[in-house]
Unconditional design. Structure first.
Length: 611
């Protein structure tokens, strides 16, 4: 915004090939300078110092991550952030012989992605945050429209593909920080640093509020992301040099942290990196290269990144993962698989013994080849030193299966593949099936709760804030002014709970119908009168995620009831008139005292006997 000096905007929110094509190419056209950053020397020293300290604190996690990646997810690990590595395509890992652990990670991550942020079904709804308030028609329409718009923005961006990878990182590493920027083309753009690139720190609430990272960018990428005016002379020279130098890499450092003031040496004066109106500050600079100015400085009114964590301990910023529990089993199964391969190799190509006279003579165990030897005195001339016992191989195989089962148990494969891998007595009805699934899902309850609070809620608030500033939302109706909006999540746990409750409700409805029929047959009061059928149906629809826009409103239902009652009354009028005619005809035909009953009712004189 203009009153903030442009600190809440950044060049990279509009980065694209179109923008890159507009960058100047001659030295004369790059004389313009970005505004000078006051006290940049001090800010640079402070940022570099904290980055170094965060690296020190991260060291033990960094070493452990390398082992986890080696056995579970080798392609998602960055050991060192070094520019211009020409060996990046070298085989990443050869420690994985048995891929059960890697496949289990894939199943676990895909199950959580589908269950928590599925692109194919609603996984959140917007509601009024005050339970005693009732939504009017305008509020309901706004909430549903806003919800649909958010789903559209998420689907058209890279959010879902980023989350698919983030769940793998959470499963293996235990932590996955996702940065969400406003984007000119897609409204939002998500970025997921890999393990080894980022450094985290927690605030006093033990939630992650600081993200530092270092990553590689080429000269062309730096120009596209920050613009030629923000670059030091070294990169300008490479950009002006032409295509042969555009792929030279630099290490770019990045910091997002609360907007606290910095002080000069000796604490003589405070330094504000961005105005105090912003809650967070963000700085990009070239790692270890002190230049005249940073690549970018920006402020945020709310955090632009969220860190998903599996489980936490005390004030540690990095999460712990289920793969940490399964690491020992995975190491064991890799070793046993190697030994199994050696066992099979000894059976197919065993080590051979031979008489001394065969030394330096041709010998072979290849099919079709001949080895000549002496068999005098019934001696063996050529014999295997190791004879395979089939029972041994079966024992090794069975133990490998048991270890693999433990790995899959640690990674909840039995939970996500509950139907296809169901063993023992099969469920007898829908209620039993849903209760089994709910029982399994309870193991994921703590992570689901943490994910919704630490990651999903800030993410959706961030997306809503960007959409509101981009004027992509309808104006708030009067009934929602100053009313908090609640985000309600429809996770796999919630779906299982709703399914269990809906099955129970269905059983109650069936029982109520049977009792109602029995009561009518026995001429007893109908027990179904004790159930509010309208509310029961709406509640059942909510439990089964029935679309809200297909329900009639209360006013519409009342209008329909009034129309039906009026039509019923009108239909009864001809019948009542005919009944009156029939009654009059009957009375007219009924003799009474020399006249008729109808005449007596009308006061007509009645005929009688002789006076």
């Amino acid at each position: 915004m203009a009153d903030d000096g442009g600190f809440d905007t950044a060049f990279y929110t509009q980065m694209s090939p179109d923008l890159l094509s507009q960058q100047p190419v001659t030295e004369e056209s790059t004389k313009r300078k970005q505004r000078e950053t006051k006290n940049w020397d001090v800010i640079y020293a402070k940022l570099e110092s904290r980055l170094g300290m965060l690296r020190t604190w991260r060291w033990s996690w960094w070493v452990h991550w390398s082992v986890l990646a080696e056995f579970f997810l080798p392609r998602r690990w960055g050991w060192l952030v070094v520019p211009n590595r020409t060996w990046r395509g070298h085989p990443i890992n050869d420690a994985i012989i048995d891929s059960t652990g890697l496949l289990a990670v894939r199943t676990c991550a895909s199950g959580m992605w589908t269950g928590l942020t599925s692109p194919s079904r609603p996984w959140f709804t917007l509601e009024i945050g005050l339970p005693w308030m009732t939504e009017d028609a305008a509020a309901k329409e706004w909430l549903e429209d806003t919800q649909d718009r958010v789903y559209t923005v998420l689907a058209q961006s890279n959010f879902y593909t980023t989350m698919a990878q983030a769940f793998q990182d959470v499963t293996v590493i235990g932590t996955a920080p996702v940065i969400i920027y406003e984007d000119y083309e897609d409204v939002i753009r998500c970025y997921l640093p890999t393990a080894g690139e980022y450094y985290l720190a927690s605030g006093s609430r033990f939630s992650v509020d600081t993200l530092y990272r270092e990553f590689n960018l080429t000269v062309a990428q730096i120009v596209e992301m920050f613009g030629i005016d923000a670059l030091p002379d070294s990169i300008r020279t490479l950009w002006n040099g032409g295509a042969g130098q555009l792929d030279t890499e630099y290490v770019v450092a990045h910091a997002i942290e609360p907007n606290f003031a910095m002080s000069q040496t000796g604490g003589k004066a405070e330094i504000k990196v961005v105005p105090g109106v912003f809650t967070y500050k963000e700085v990009y600079w070239l790692r270890g290269q002190k230049s005249e100015q940073p690549l970018s400085i920006r402020g945020f009114r709310m955090t632009p990144f969220m860190a998903a964590r599996w489980a936490t301990v005390s004030n540690e910023p990095y999460g712990r993962s289920p793969c940490m529990d399964a690491l020992g089993d995975n190491k064991q199964v890799q070793l046993e698989t190697r030994r199994k391969a050696e066992f099979i190799e000894k059976g197919v190509r065993p080590p051979m013994g031979a008489n001394p006279e065969l030394k330096n003579e041709p010998s072979s165990i290849v099919p079709g080849m001949i080895t000549y030897m002496s068999t005098d005195a019934n001696r063996k001339g050529f014999w295997p030193l190791f004879e395979v016992q089939p029972a041994w191989l079966a024992g090794i195989t069975q133990d490998i299966d048991k270890v693999n089962a433990r790995i899959e148990k640690c990674l909840f494969v039995d939970l996500f593949m509950a139907i296809s891998r169901m063993e023992g007595v099969q469920p007898r009805n829908e209620l039993e099936l849903t209760q089994r699934n709910l029982e399994r899902l309870q193991e994921l309850g703590p992570f689901i709760h943490m994910f919704e609070n630490e990651f999903a809620a800030p993410t959706l608030r961030r997306v809503l804030d960007i959409m509101q500033r981009r004027k992509l939302l309808k104006p708030l109706p009067p009934s929602l002014k100053n009313v908090p909006i609640k985000i309600n999540y429809v996770s796999i746990m919630k779906l299982a709970q709703n399914a269990s409750e809906s099955v129970s409700m269905k059983d109650v409805f069936a029982t109520a119908g049977a009792l109602s029929s029995a009561a009518k047959a026995a001429e007893q009061p109908d027990p179904i009168r004790t159930i509010n059928l309208d509310k029961a149906l709406r509640e059942y629809g909510d439990r089964n995620n029935f679309p809200q826009n297909l329900w009639f409103t209360d006013d519409e239902v009342k209008e329909h009831d009034e129309q039906a009652l009026k039509a019923k009354q009108q239909a009864q009028i001809p019948g009542a008139a005919m009944a009156g005619v029939q009654a009059a005809h009957t009375l007219a035909q009924t003799p009474l005292g020399g006249g008729t009953a109808l005449g007596a009712m009308l006061g007509q004189p009645q005929g009688g006997g002789a006076p």
